[in-house]
Ligand binder design. Structure first.
Ligand code: DOR
Ligand code: ZN
Length: 346
């Protein structure tokens, strides 16, 4: 008997679409299965004002192929110069759904991020007042902190103090990669949520480094040891509504990945739902996939869940292209390292 699973159409609560030729090529990969996505603002230059977010939203919608439905949920990149009044206006108009905090230098295109957290205090207070979520790239950038410890140290030194100083601030810890992140979310109230990526449920640091360096598995925060991957799997499949899908699908062209100084990012938009079905099946939690991918995120963002559905069907094997061609060069699709059996239809 064919096994099928129909769930509400999922959303991606953390997505990089880029701009120009890459945007055009990768947008259909997400819109094929997802209804909405929180769009990351780390363009060059970054999306820092409401006007820039409106213009970027227009470029995304213009790149959407005829007949595809997709709603980009816009974010602003928080800088030390962000104006609380601009943020409030962009939120009130319905345009902006979150602000993104990058510690300066933490990851791709984060040079305009925050160094002095006192300087963003007025914006954070305004956000707490209006209920606008802060999406956080949770890694310290201090050179003396080991890259594998940067998430745990960020929680202690930055995130917890910010949250204590700003009661009511709603925070999404983006792409958590450690049991420390899982535990921190679990020990707090519903003002704190976390996204988990597809790839962090599948790879640990051995996948990147054993048997030759695998640049397409390199992302930030970098995948950690196996015990952390298992903690993420347990959280994602637990049914706890504070954990939801944010793929962090982050296209870089192959020459930029396969380089002496390769860019961080895994491109998972194309096969994420098939990968997740495999993960949730392995964990005996297929009945919780809808919560993780389609219900918990809207609940956190105080948006309705989608009415449309997708159907996952288990069959012999599903294949996806190895690469997506873009006007700037090929982008390699994430290889989960195991066969996929769940196909997706709308
Ligand atoms: O791996 C990543 N890629 N992590 C990030 O935080 C940024 C992203 C990108 O923009 O490429
Ligand atoms: Zn990201």
């Amino acid at each position: 008997m064919t096994q099928t699973l129909t769930i509400r159409r999922p959303d991606d609560w953390h997505l990089h679409l880029r701009d120009g030729a890459v945007l055009e090529a990768v947008l259909p990969e997400t819109a094929r299965h997802f209804a909405r996505a929180i769009i990351m603002p780390n363009l060059v230059p970054p999306v820092v004002t409401g006007a820039q977010a409106a213009a970027y939203r227009d470029r995304i919608l213009a790149a959407l192929p005829e007949g595809m439905a997709f709603e980009p949920l816009m974010t602003l990149y928080l800088t030390e110069d962000t104006d609380p009044a601009d943020v409030a206006a962009a939120h009130a108009s319905g345009l902006v759904k979150a602000l993104k905090l990058y510690p300066a230098g933490a990851t791709t295109n984060s040079a305009s991020g925050v160094t002095d957290f006192d300087k963003v205090r007025p914006v954070l207070e305004k956000m707490a007042e209006i209920g606008l979520p802060l999406c956080v790239h949770g890694e310290v950038t201090d050179h003396d902190i080991d890259i594998f410890d940067r998430e745990a140290v960020f929680i202690d030194r930055v995130l917890d103090p910010i949250r204590r100083a700003t009661p009511g601030l709603r925070v999404v810890m983006e792409h958590i990669t450690t049991s420390d992140g899982v535990d921190y979310v679990k020990s707090n109230n519903a003002d704190l949520g976390a996204t988990i990526t597809t790839h962090h449920l599948i790879i640990n640091r051995n996948h990147i480094l054993v048997g030759g360096i695998k640049p397409h598995y390199y992302c930030l925060p970098v995948a950690k040891r196996e015990s952390h991957r298992l903690a993420l799997r347990a959280a994602a499949t637990s049914g706890d509504a504070r954990f939801f899908l944010g793929t962090d699908s982050a296209p870089h062209t192959d020459p930029n990945k396969e380089s002496a100084c390769g860019c961080a990012g895994c491109f998972t938009a194309t096969n994420t739902m098939s990968c997740l079905a495999e993960v949730f099946e392995e964990e005996g939690a297929l009945d919780r996939l809808e919560g993780f991918a389609a219900l918990n995120g809207p609940a956190f963002y105080r948006l309705p869940a989608n009415e449309a559905t997708i159907t996952l069907t288990r069959g012999d094997a599903v294949t996806y292209p190895d690469k997506i061609e873009t006007g700037d060069g090929p982008v390699t699709v994430f290889d989960p390292g195991f066969p996929l059996h769940w196909s997706v239809s709308a």
